[in-house]
Each structure stands twice: as structure tokens, then as C-alpha cells.
Design a protein around this ligand. Structure first.
Ligand code: ATP
Ligand code: MG
Length: 245
């Protein structure tokens, strides 16, 4: 579904993403991990068109998307959430989702249908009771839920989640994991950046590891937990625990 070939992005003299090849197949949940500054968010920004590649190419469903604007990529079926949440804070929760339905899709939707769909999505993420609140007044977890509903509202085939679980309590993480699984059960493919290893190891079928902008490893959770290089660079002793589990 998604194919990244030789992706490279410089920020001045810094290579944030360096000659990366990766692919995501339809229906997969793929994890993208690595230390702070490894280039994970930059990779998401390149896929979603928030940043332009310096070298390489990105294809989605056999169409070249690198070079397109982010709104075009969104309408082709790739939606994302942001590591630092970006809701439209002065608009209501419902309006945030309506905006995505009305402007983030290729197909047009009537205002009446959009309202019904927005209500359904807010119920799905657990925000139905706060639909009239200004988005900026929501708690952090609820703003994250809203970003998820807004991304879903563009009717994506591929969803990019950037540290969706960061800052959540263990109980909230369990709920969020269920939510991610139920999104996949709706037929949406997921590529997720996450530092919460419990989530990555439990949810993902395949994991890609970045370090200093390069892809250094790729495999099943078990393979990654047993990869000495990944354990040394990123997982530390925790890696042994995951391997044992
Ligand atoms: N807009 C930018 N301008 C300059 N440098 C940037 C920019 N965005 C990212 N960088 C740098 O590129 C490198 C990769 O950053 P990126 O945010 O992609 O890392 P990350 O893997 O998402 O890290 P984290 O786990 O902390 O979120 C870092 O060295 C970062 O400082
Ligand atoms: Mg990041």
C-alpha cells in the first residue's frame, strides 16, 4: 500500500532521514521506533506531505505522492495525528470533525450526512458527551481522541499515529490500544510511532527501527526484541523482558 524508496531529508547540515526504504501492506499494523531525534516524525511529515523530500520517492497504492500537497495526500487516503496535538482549539469538538469530513475527502458529503457521521465518530472515540465544547478546553487524552476522530473523518485507508499513547496513564493506554485495534478492524492500515514498548510489542505485527535517520532494523516484535543492535541502541534491558515474553 505504501512504498518509500530512498527517502532523504536534510535540515541544513543534518540528515534527519537518510536513504530510507520502507513499505506497509494493506491491513497491517506497523510500528516505527527509535531514539529521540531518530527521524520518525520527519518520516511521517514526508509521507503526509507536510515536508518535501530532498531525495527519493513515496508511492501510495501505486501512485506517486511525493511532491503533492498535504491536502491532496489526505484526500488520496492518508491521514495522520500529530506528536504535539493540533486541534482547532476555538472550534467545537463536532466542528473539528465536520471540517475533516467536508474538506478532507475526495468525495463530497452533504452537511446532513456529515453531521451523522461526525456524531458516530465522536461516539466511537468516546467524545459524544463533549461534542459542543471548544476543542481547546478538552483534556490532553480527549484532544488526542479528537485528533483520531478528525483523522478518521477523512475516510483514510492508511492512518499515521505519532506517539498517540505518550503521556497517558496505564489505564488510558489500555483503552487507547483497544481503540487502535478497533480502527484496524474497520479495515484501516496503521503505521504508528510509539515509545511505549508495551503497545508496540502487543499491537504491531511488524516493527521498523530508526537511528540517526537510518533504518537499522525491521522484523516481528520478537525479532526486534532479540536484535542485539536494537537492544543496545534503544530498548536496553527492557528488550530482554520483551524477548522473554
Ligand atoms: N523543522 C526542523 N528543522 C530543523 N531540524 C529539525 C526539524 N524537524 C526535525 N529536526 C531535527 O531532525 C532530527 C529528527 O527529528 P524528528 O522529530 O524526526 O525525530 P523523532 O524520531 O520524531 O524524535 P522524537 O522521538 O523525539 O519525537 C532531529 O535532530 C531534529 O532536531
Ligand atoms: Mg517525533
Amino acid at each position: 500500500m505504501l512504498q518509500v524508496k530512498g527517502a532523504t531529508k536534510y535540515f541544513g547540515g543534518l540528515v534527519a532521514v537518510s536513504n530510507v526504504d520502507l513499505s506497509v501492506g494493506k491491513g497491517e499494523i506497523v510500528g516505527l521506533i527509535g531514539p529521540n531525534g531518530a527521524g520518525k516524525t520527519t518520516m511521517f511529515n514526508l509521507i503526509s506531505g507536510n515536508l518535501c523530500l530532498d531525495k527519493g520517492e513515496i508511492n501510495f497504492k501505486d501512485n506517486k505522492i511525493s511532491g503533492l500537497d498535504s491536502y491532496q495526500i489526505c484526500r488520496m487516503g492518508i491521514a495522520r495525528t500529530f506528536q504535539s496535538v493540533k486541534v482547532f482549539s476555538h472550534m467545537s469538538v463536532l466542528e473539528n470533525v465536520l471540517l475533516a469530513i467536508l474538506f478532507g475527502r475526495l468525495k463530497s458529503t452533504s452537511k446532513a450526512d456529515a453531521n451523522i457521521e461526525a456524531e458516530e465518530l465522536l461516539e466511537f472515540v468516546g467524545l459524544k458527551d463533549v461534542s459542543t465544547c471548544p476543542a481547546g478546553e478538552l483534556t490532553m487524552i480527549n484532544q488526542k481522541r479528537l485528533e483520531l476522530a478528525r483523522a478518521m473523518a477523512t475516510d483514510p485507508e492508511l492512518l499515521l499515529l505519532d506517539e498517540f499513547m505518550a503521556g497517558l496513564t496505564p489505564a488510558e493506554v489500555s483503552d487507547a490500544m483497544e481503540l487502535v485495534r478497533s480502527i484496524r478492524d474497520r479495515g484501516i492500515t496503521i503505521l504508528m510511532v510509539e515509545h511505549v514498548m508495551k503497545v508496540i510489542m502487543n499491537i504491531c505485527e511488524r516493527i521498523i527501527v530508526f537511528n540517526y535517520g537510518e533504518k537499522i532494523s525491521e522484523g516481528t516484535p520478537e525479532e526486534i526484541a532479540n536484535d542485539e543492535n536494537v537492544v543496545e541502541i534503544y530498548l536496553g534491558e527492557k528488550g530482554n523482558n520483551y524477548a522473554a515474553n
